[in-house]
Design a protein around this ligand. Sequence first.
Ligand SMILES: [Zn+2]
Ligand SMILES: [Zn+2]
Ligand SMILES: [Zn+2]
Length: 251
Amino acid sequence: MIISNGLPLHGECCGIGYSITCNICQKEITGTYSVDYWGNCFHTEHSKEYPKCEYCGRIISKSMTKGSKKYDDGRDICSICLALTINTINARSIQQCYEIVSNIFGYYGITLDKNIPIKLSNKQELKDLQQKRKSNDVLGLASGDEVYILTGMPIVLFIKVLAHELMHVWTYRNCPNIKDMNSRLCEGTANLASYLTLIQIKDNYAKLFIDSLMNDPDKIYGDGFRLALQRYKRAGMKKYLQMLKQYNDFY
Ligand SMILES: [Zn+2]
Ligand SMILES: [Zn+2]
Ligand SMILES: [Zn+2]
């Protein structure tokens, strides 16, 4: 038996000698097939037939994700992720997420102020707020002393984005050279804060978002993060924060 909790565990477990059932159409798989991050096996051709969930990458289907929802702004979110989202209905959880991030930051010696307003926004509001930046895919931003985060994301992604934006706020408030700071250092540091938060959360979503940070090809966000991680591992957080306060770039 290769089924555990109704789902196959890993790609390898779906292998040789067993008959494999497609998690999407429920028919037997005979030829080559795909396995997603969550261990679902399916006929490869389904990836062209159905949309993917924007957040977990699962192929949206009745049997695998119990359907999905399409947000007004066009995002497809599967029902599994939908059950885990932060939105205006459960806005009280925002404070709990803030406590989680704030505690983890404290563990690394980063002290956050208590009075940072955190607001949920839709895609259009975020676009209007970001003005100069060109990115279409903005999930959150720190504008002055406030933090704005896209509504309707799974809680672990919300926490990842919250950690990123709160690190920006910390930097604004504590680094006199913020105006001249290289964006590689600025965004790399914010992503480092996301990473350090995610590794404290024992959850498969956290692992997925850590992977995406590690493999981000972006010159500023990805390279910046990897430089920041390297520096943090070598010097520790205390020295890292000293560098951030004194310099405009990695030195
Ligand atoms: Zn199939
Ligand atoms: Zn999903
Ligand atoms: Zn940022």
